[in-house]
Design a protein around this ligand. Structure first.
Ligand SMILES: [Zn+2]
Length: 662
């Protein structure tokens, strides 16, 4: 783009007007280099009128000038946002150095604002801002090896290219004969079993094919033409092999199987250990070499596959590869992951001081996208909108409200405000659930929770706000919406699985703000600071400040919403397009039917999947699921975690409206 006077902004406007007239968004500024051509507005008009054939190019805008000319709160917001979403924070995944830096930053800002540390450590050390909680453990794998010890020379397979140690098993090492167990299926149709009676796997290394018996084209013989039957999954075959006590399991990508996964060594992230032995995934090519080197009868991997595909069930049974010898090993250390909420306190005064307002938002995000990403792992997920924007807002609010408290006469009764940057929201509202179970002040005294989750990309001034859990809370909040300069779109309590849900679940009234118009960059590497509209974000912050300040002084708290005994069920406004039943082991909801082209099908949910999380909440029984569905509104996009073939998979379900008229 050129930057001549001719294509500069048509109207001469003072700089201050431009800055308030336009959203302070880098993309806008970069796309409009003429923005600062009019700096000296009063003289520019005259200059422009007399300047004929001037060759002086218009000055390019300088971001630091734009920032310096913007409102101080916009400047502060920009600073917090940019730092929290920078690559240095590594996508703020709990347990990483980057998250530690982000927590440090927030803690430091709380301290600078004058908020007090909330916690006294048990060892009597100085008070601090951190509320630690356990978040399972992280596996560290070292020394992964698969070595072929037969055929004269020792050959080590190449990690990542030829093989990968999987999270389906545990660490350990083994050396022994290869026992071919076909597809590892013990209960196929018509008496099909991969296991020969009397063939012991004890101490051996079981070699098993991925998926299930297939035809010449690599399609399942059992699924009736669509994908694979339930028997192809890891869960069943690993269990069937493991109970026969092998020393290790090697899963090989079946040659010529008609499935794109056949070229990958992945079993998916987040899989849970299914057996007590090391389990490796081997490429088709490495499997060929393994069999070629080791089989005394000189068969190929394809020859073995053909045996396992045999319609004659007896021919498909397991046997040792005579003369084979293979060594495998992997050392696994489990490191507990400790996450921490960052908590700062603004003490109240007088009679109201014992009542609490919580203002929070989640500081964590997806790191490199190892889970929850819509584009898969491997790239930095900066989470600028989700939720560096909300976190920056919380930091700003701490500072603003502390100043308001300081300016208020000492005798004014004020509620106590607790500011929280929650951790591990993305993996299932873990930080906020931990807080409501371990609050620093009693939950019964917590009169309001205000949550920010994604306030960075407000489009056309539209901010969605949910007010719920208290009688008259909506009526109280509405006048503030009207004065905010934003178009507040009021939503029901089901909107967005985020930290407010943990408080609502224990009876705390809540306010929740999120962008009203969803964007496609959500949970991808494209959620970057360059797309954040700083000015409208700060309008949301100002709205929250006004609401919090009023609530801090208000004499009344909200009465609990009366449910009046068994509630008349709300009409269902959405349709997911699936049927479920609780799984026998209570671990989730099995999907027993999926409506073609329905919301669930469009999101990629398949029959046979098991739903383990819906809207970031664990799902174990159908009643809870249905109750959750009643809270949703059409067009909402809900995050859902399913388990398929032993792998956890995150999908996003855009809910279609329920059919009216039944
Ligand atoms: Zn979020």
């Amino acid at each position: 783009m050129t930057t001549t006077r001719e294509n500069s902004a048509p109207a001469f406007r003072p700089l201050s007007m431009m800055l308030t007239g336009f959203a302070l968004s880098w993309t806008f500024i970069v796309a409009t280099p003429a923005l600062f051509a009019q700096e000296a507005a009063s003289t520019a008009e005259a200059t422009a009128a007399t300047a004929t054939a001037t060759t002086a190019p218009a000055e390019k805008p300088k971001i630091h000038e734009v920032i310096a000319a913007s409102d101080p709160s916009v400047q502060a917001f920009n600073e917090h946002l940019t730092i929290l979403a920078s690559p240095w924070m590594e996508g703020r995944l709990p347990g990483t150095k980057g998250m530690e830096r982000a927590m440090d930053y927030m803690e430091d800002e709380f301290r600078k604002a004058g908020l007090l540390p909330a916690f006294q450590p048990s060892d009597g050390g100085p008070k601090n801002y951190r509320q630690p909680f356990s978040l399972g453990s992280q596996r560290d794998v070292t020394d992964e090896q698969v070595r072929i010890l037969c055929g004269g020379t020792e050959v080590a397979l190449e990690k990542e290219k030829d093989f990968r140690f999987t999270s389906l098993g545990t660490g350990g090492s083994a050396e022994g004969v290869l026992a071919f167990v076909g597809y590892g299926i013990e209960d196929g149709p018509d008496g099909y079993s991969s296991f020969a009676e009397g063939h012991s796997l004890e101490g051996k290394i079981a070699l098993v094919l991925r998926f299930e018996p297939m035809d010449d084209k690599g399609n399942s013989l059992w699924s009736g033409g669509e994908g694979w039957s339930g028997r192809a999954g890891f869960q069943g075959k690993i269990a069937a092999i493991a109970k026969r006590n092998p020393a290790a399991i090697v899963v090989v990508n079946t040659p010529s199987a008609n499935d794109p996964r056949i070229t990958s060594l992945g079993t998916g992230g987040g899989g849970r250990a299914m057996a007590d032995v090391p389990i490796f995934m081997v490429s088709t090519d490495a499997g060929e070499r393994l069999v070629a080197a080791c089989d005394g009868e000189k068969r190929s991997l394809m020859d073995l596959r053909k045996l396992a595909d045999a319609k004659d069930a007896a021919g498909a049974r397991s046997f040792d590869l005579a003369g084979s010898k293979v060594a495998v090993s992997a050392t696994v250390s489990e490191k507990p992951v400790r996450a921490e909420n960052v908590v700062g306190v603004l003490p109240g005064r007088g009679d109201l001081a014992k009542e609490i307002i919580v203002i929070g938002g989640h500081l964590d995000h997806l790191g490199q996208g190892d889970f929850g990403s819509r584009e898969g792992p491997g790239k930095l997920h900066p989470g600028a909108d989700d939720n560096a924007s909300g976190s920056a807002g919380i930091i700003l609010l701490g500072d603003m409200l502390k100043k308001l408290y300081d300016a208020e006469p000492a005798e004014t009764p004020l509620r106590t405000i607790v500011f929280i940057g929650f951790s591990a929201e993305e993996s299932g509202l873990n930080g906020s659930r931990f807080y409501v179970d371990n609050p620093i002040y009693p939950i019964k005294d917590t009169v309001l929770m205000m949550n920010f989750d994604m306030i960075g990309r407000i489009l056309n001034n539209r901010l969605a706000v949910t007010a719920a859990g208290g009688k008259d809370i909506k009526e109280w909040a509405q006048p503030f919406y009207a004065k905010s300069g934003l178009t507040v779109v009021e939503r029901g309590a089901g909107g967005g699985g985020s930290d407010h849900a943990s408080f609502l679940a224990v009876g705390v009234p809540i306010l929740f703000a999120i962008i009203a118009d969803f964007h496609d960059d959500y949970h991808t590497s494209r959620d970057v600071t360059g797309l954040i509209d700083r000015e409208s974000s700060v309008m949301a912050v100002n709205l929250w400040r006004e609401l919090a300040w009023d609530m801090a002084k208000r004499t009344q708290r909200f009465e609990a919403e009366t449910t009046g005994g068994p509630m008349r069920p709300q009409p269902m406004r959405v349709r997911v397009g699936l049927r479920t039943r609780a799984s026998d082991d209570g671990s989730g909801l099995e999907v027993i039917d999926v409506t073609k082209e329905g919301s669930a099908a469009n999101a990629g949910i398949e029959k046979g999947d098991k739903i383990v999380k819906w809207n970031k909440k664990e799902m174990k029984d159908r009643e809870a699921f249905v109750a959750e569905l009643r809270l949703h509104e059409p067009e909402e996009t809900v995050q859902c975690v399913v388990v398929r073939n032993g792998e956890e998979k995150t999908v996003y379900v855009k809910l279609e409206p329920a059919r009216s008229g039944q």
